[in-house]
Design a protein around this ligand. Structure first.
Ligand SMILES: *Cc1c(COP(=O)(O)O)cnc(C)c1O
Length: 414
């Protein structure tokens, strides 16, 4: 690559360095293993294979069919699902396929509102899903920061949605799949559990599984599951045909076979004891980091976390989310600014930051490091308020020193 395209090669090298030197706290990010990374860079990218194993529209599928079968079988075994589709290009197209499978344009659909922690594709207004369908949203209780299941039930009874989504992108607490399932059953809706953020925790048994409760489960493969960028849909045998048909030919063309292979590798990794230990450590690290932030006077949405994710409300610190996130980035700590429930600021300039422990746990950081991480965050946030930019440089050097001792999986070591 260096010879063929020095500009891109230089930027990729720079990104490798950045990922090696910084403390990555974006809860949807991770470090894939060298094996997963290798699978994404294979000749499988050269192949076309529209259709499904044994039923392709192209010849030459001798190796592609068994790769997709392995990925599907491993997904079914890991999540104990009857059927798996591993072809969705990413989480958003996976969800769009479910609208195509189970609803018609104009139908009512229900999901958690984006500013409360839901995803765009759960019917938010700027998304195609909110424009082509009639979205109804639910949120969390102001006092508890947890999903208000009474509100979900009464809204569902009133609006009679065809589809209900549970799960989200900024949900620090356990999702009650059984409660959602009983509401969906009561109103005759199809329940989709979108476990994109928590799939790795579900696979490892550290978050309850939606399988057996939700009609359909959608997930990305690149967050806590630690696979390549991609997605999967899991369901019972009764929905298999509708789901497969919606993904292809309903929405997509040829599957990305290099991604399918990398998903298979990631699923094999995720079925091992090392991965289960990893997922337990992700949750332990998040719990400890939350405690350390609380001890330093930070407000956390819902008061803490059950999973890998912490939503910090900076209102009480006199700093907005965006300047805090930018200062942390300059200090080598990568987070994203995020709305908090009942945010009084605008979505582009919200009151919170969202942090998570999947990536730092992949590098081997443990609970013992979390007081240090919280102290760094606190120093930088305070420095935004006091205007002391020296702190960013000091913290950046300290972060780089710690990270050098914990090499990133999959990255070349200089
Ligand atoms: C990340 C995410 C998605 C979308 O995945 P993309 O791969 O970014 O399209 C969908 N739903 C939830 C809950 C997510 O967290």
């Amino acid at each position: 690559m260096a010879a063929a395209d020095p500009e891109i090669a230089r930027l990729v090298r720079a990104e490798e360095r950045l990922q090696a030197e910084t403390l990555r706290l974006i809860p949807s990010e991770n470090y894939v293993s060298a094996a997963v990374l290798a699978a994404t860079g294979t000749v499988l990218t050269n192949k076309y294979s529209e259709g499904y194993p044994g039923r392709r529209y192209y010849e030459g599928q001798q190796n592609i069919d068994p790769i997709e079968e392995l990925a599907r079988d491993r997904a079914r075994a890991l999540f104990r699902a009857e059927h798996a589709n591993v072809q969705p290009y990413s989480g958003s197209p996976a969800n769009l396929a479910l609208y195509l499978a189970f609803a018609k344009p104009g139908d009512t659909v229900m999901g958690m509102s984006l500013p409360m922690g839901g995803h765009l594709t759960h019917g938010w207004e700027v998304s195609a899903t909110g424009r082509w369908f009639r979205p109804v949203s639910y949120g969390v209780r102001r006092e508890t920061g947890r999903v208000d299941m009474d509100e979900v039930r009464s809204a569902a009874l009133f609006h009679r949605p065809k589809l209900i989504f549970c799960g989200g992108t900024a949900v620090p607490r356990t999702v009650d799949f059984a409660a959602f399932a009983s509401i969906a059953e009561e109103v005759g809706a199809v329940l989709v559990a979108d476990i994109s953020h928590i799939a790795g925790l579900v696979a490892a048994g550290v978050h309850p599984s939606p399988v057996g409760h939700a009609d359909v489960v959608s997930t990305t493969t690149h967050k806590t599951l630690r696979g390549p960028r991609g997605a999967m849909i899991l369901c019972g045998a009764e929905h298999a045909k509708a789901v497969d048909h919606a993904v292809f030919p309903g929405l997509q063309g040829g599957p990305h076979n290099h991604t399918t292979a990398a998903i298979a590798v990631a699923l094999r990794e995720a079925s091992g004891e090392d991965f289960r230990a990893y997922a337990r450590a992700v949750v332990r690290n998040a719990a400890r980091l939350a405690d350390e932030l609380l001890a330093r006077g930070y407000d956390l949405a819902s008061g803490g976390t059950d999973n890998h994710l912490i939503l910090v409300d900076l209102t009480g610190r006199g700093v907005a989310g965006k300047p805090a996130a930018k200062a942390l980035d300059r200090a080598g700590i990568v987070v994203n600014h995020n709305t908090v429930p009942y945010d009084t600021r605008r979505p582009f300039d919200p009151s919170g930051i969202r942090i998570g422990t999947p990536a730092l746990t992949s590098r081997g950081l443990t609970e013992e490091h979390m007081p240090q991480v919280a102290a760094w965050i606190d120093r930088v946030v305070e420095s935004v308020r006091t205007g002391n930019d020296l702190v960013e440089h000091q913290v950046r050097a300290e972060v780089a020193e710690l990270m050098a001792a914990y090499p990133a999986p999959g990255l070349p070591v200089d």
